[in-house]
Design a protein around this ligand. Structure first.
Ligand SMILES: NC(=O)c1ccc[n+]([C@@H]2O[C@H](COP(=O)([O-])OP(=O)(O)OC[C@H]3O[C@@H](n4cnc5c(N)ncnc54)[C@H](OP(=O)(O)O)[C@@H]3O)[C@@H](O)[C@H]2O)c1
Length: 220
């Protein structure tokens, strides 16, 4: 099953990630890294983060969580709840032969998915104390998380502050299979209807079935 990985940039020392639905800094190099990391993958974000970005990010399947329906386009997929977002992320990751997808914020969405996360690309931005209204207030205790690498970057023409990117992985990976029973319990018709659709496939009808599966995921 694809792994859920978080990407976040937060201020040091206050752990601020946003103010008035914007990033509190411009870090061109960090954005370039973000693009390289996430391109050709599925990304999950909250509606407010989506609005602050202003458009679906190209060459990515943008899965946006909102309680209000959003119109799907080729690379924008609406998820009405976290389970749907995970199913869509798994589905598209498998279709794109990727073993991970990214949870890209904001505060609310990081909170919802934190229990599923196996890796995190954490950018510490050395701003000193700043104002903000969104935080990423998590610790990564060394007995639970191991550092895979750290890289320091200096303030430059394209980066407002010095910053450091760390990659951490959970020592004991979360296997989301454990959560499927929770999912089925909240959606008892899931297994039956999915099996009916998959078992009903006849040659030449695969794309029809794929569309039915997607419609079904989105109707949950
Ligand atoms: N520094 C960084 O790395 C970084 C990254 C991303 C974002 N940010 C910042 O974070 C801030 C935004 O964070 P935020 O917490 O305010 O908003 P958010 O997490 O981006 O989006 C919250 C929205 O997600 C939807 N949602 C949440 N839980 C849901 C659920 N269970 N089911 C369905 N939909 C659900 C709701 O949309 P509806 O109201 O439409 O129902 C909710 O209003 C901004 O300042 C942004 O710039 C920073």
């Amino acid at each position: 099953m694809p792994s859920a990985v978080t990407v976040v940039a937060r201020s040091y020392p206050d752990r601020i990630i946003g103010i008035e639905n914007q990033l509190p800094w411009h870090l061109g190099t960090d954005l370039k890294n973000f693009k390289a990391l996430t391109q050709d993958h599925a990304i999950i974000m909250g509606r407010k983060t989506f609005e602050s970005i202003g458009k679906p990010l190209p060459r990515r399947v943008n899965i946006v969580l909102s309680r209000e329906e959003l119109e799907d386009t080729e690379n924008l997929k609406w998820a009405r709840n976290p389970e749907t977002a995970l199913l869509l992320a798994d589905y598209y990751s498998i279709c794109m032969a990727k073993n991970q997808f990214f949870v890209i914020g904001g505060e609310n969405i990081y909170g919802i998915f934190s229990k599923y996360i196996n890796g995190i690309f954490l950018t510490d931005v050395f701003t000193g104390p700043i104002n903000g209204d969104a935080k990423f207030d998590y610790e990564f205790p060394p007995n639970e998380w191991s550092f895979r690498y750290e890289r320091e970057f200096r303030k430059s023409d394209v980066d407002d502050f010095d910053f450091r990117i760390s990659y951490l992985v959970r020592r004991k990976r979360e296997h989301r299979q454990r959560f499927i029973s929770e999912f089925k319990a909240s959606n008892p018709i899931f297994e039956k209807r999915w099996d009916e659709m998959v078992n009903g496939v006849s040659p030449g009808k695969e794309s029809e079935i794929e569309q039915q599966q997607l419609n079904f995921i989105q109707s949950l």
